[in-house]
Design a protein around this ligand. Structure first.
Ligand SMILES: Cc1cc2nc3c(=O)[nH]c(=O)nc-3n(C[C@H](O)[C@H](O)[C@H](O)COP(=O)(O)O)c2cc1C
Length: 407
């Protein structure tokens, strides 16, 4: 089999394997750069499926896909899927034939060749693994990381990338701000920005002094400091609405800008504040109302509240009792997924990085002790806050405390 072309993928690039007039599987290139791997199938040679290949249902059909491949294989017939199943371990054509006698030798060979050509499988190593997976560069990739990388960057898939407004006309544009429950808010201190402009340390000093600090002063940070921090990091600084023209009339899209940049100005990130020790503020879980600059108390179960803090303590080795404030960053996913194809989740994680650095710099300028946290428990967060995991869950965590006085 030879594939060779430049630019668009021609229709005849698809290769099918049929038996007795029934199509078993079709290789469908998804990138113009697709080139088939060597796919001669030798008698006596064992083959194995790549650990990166996976089967899923898509549009009423089973498909075999892999982030190593620039093609996908449509599995039209269950017998082709059964052969994929067998290839989870090393198999010679003779082995497959012995277990799947209903597929002819010619069709079995052609199916294995199709899997090899698409890089779904390769020769098996002496210990029965897919030889193509064994390169040093590939070995350290976990399945989900490589799939996320390949699928959220251009090059290895044929899906639309970028601001395609994928749900325009289908779902209403998600609101710029989440609705706030009518509880009595805790008003926060609002700093005077003019005064800060004059009094803050110079930017170069802040940037050079910035460190992750995991040791706190005995006296915890104050509610006033927390108020200033949240105001400088997360408040709604601007609000506007745009008309987006569509074939079915225009759609109104609202934006609520915060003090940091985000992809497409989506501003999908909201802050939840777990207070362990803060002078002037009761311990507990709060939602930050970025529009009103206030905190809204949430009725988290004590074990869930404790779980959030314990996870952050474990990740940073700061004793649980010494923690002061844990800020959990949650994403209202649909603000981004409504508009962006392929890159939505990767954009959200980039936005988290931007917010982390903003938090680090503001905390440093305020002489507080900041430390990002690498991982949290999104299920636990959904339980603690009562929000729908698929609508809004945690994507980042950040610890804040009082800094020991020097000297
Ligand atoms: C995305 C990210 C995740 C981090 N996760 C953790 C963590 O889980 N635990 C921890 O103690 N520090 C964590 N840190 C802090 C880093 O260890 C720290 O930034 C790095 O060692 C450099 O030190 P510095 O921040 O003092 O310059 C994280 C930092 C970032 C940016």
């Amino acid at each position: 089999m030879v594939w060779s072309w430049e630019g668009a993928i021609p229709d005849d690039a698809r290769k099918s394997v049929s038996m007795d007039g029934v199509r078993l599987a079709t290789l469908v290139p998804v990138a113009a750069t697709f080139e088939p791997a060597p796919c001669g199938v030798a008698g006596g040679c064992a083959y194995a499926l790549s650990r990166f290949a996976y089967v899923r249902a898509d549009g009423g059909e089973m498909v075999l896909e892999s982030p190593l491949a620039r093609a996908r294989i449509a599995l039209h017939d269950w017998r082709a899927t059964a052969i994929v199943h067998l290839l989870a371990g090393p198999q010679r054509v003779e082995d497959i034939r012995a277990r799947m006698p209903s597929v002819s030798e010619e069709a079995t060979r052609a199916l294995v060749a199709l899997f090899l050509a698409a890089r779904m499988a390769s020769e098996a190593t002496a210990v029965g693994r897919c030889a193509a997976d064994e390169s040093v560069a590939l070995r350290s990739w976990e399945f989900h990381d490589l799939l996320f990388h390949a699928r959220s960057r251009g090059g290895r898939h044929g899906h639309p990338v970028g601001g395609t407004y994928r749900f325009l006309g289908d779902l209403d544009p998600p609101p710029a701000l989440a609705p706030i429950a009518a509880t009595r808010p805790v008003e926060l201190w609002r700093p005077d920005l003019r005064r800060l402009e004059a009094a803050d340390p110079p930017f170069a000093c802040v940037q050079e002094a910035r460190r992750s600090i995991r040791v706190y002063d005995e006296r915890p940070l104050t509610a006033r400091q927390l108020g200033e921090f949240l105001y400088r990091v997360g408040r709604v600084a601007d609000y506007w609405e745009d008309e987006l023209p569509t074939p079915r009339g225009s759609v109104r899209i609202a934006s609520a800008a915060r003090p940091y940049p985000t992809g497409g100005g989506s501003y999908e990130l909201d802050l939840y504040v777990s207070v362990n020790r803060c002078d002037g503020l009761d311990a507990g879980l709060y939602r930050y109302d970025a529009e009103r600059h206030s905190l809204q108390s949430l009725a988290a179960a004590p074990e869930d509240f404790d779980g959030l803090l314990s996870d952050a303590s474990l990740a940073t080795r700061i004793p649980r009792a010494q923690l002061q404030v844990l800020i959990v960053i949650a994403a209202r996913f649909q603000r981004v997924t409504w508009k962006y194809g392929s890159i939505a989740y990767s954009l959200i994680l980039k936005d988290v990085g931007v917010l982390y650095q903003t938090m680090y710099l503001v905390a440093t300028a305020m002489r507080l002790a900041p430390c990002a946290v690498g991982c949290g428990n999104a299920d636990l967060f959904a339980r603690a806050t009562g929000v729908d995991y698929y609508a809004e869950t945690s994507v980042g965590e950040f610890l804040l405390g009082s800094k020991e006085t020097e000297g």
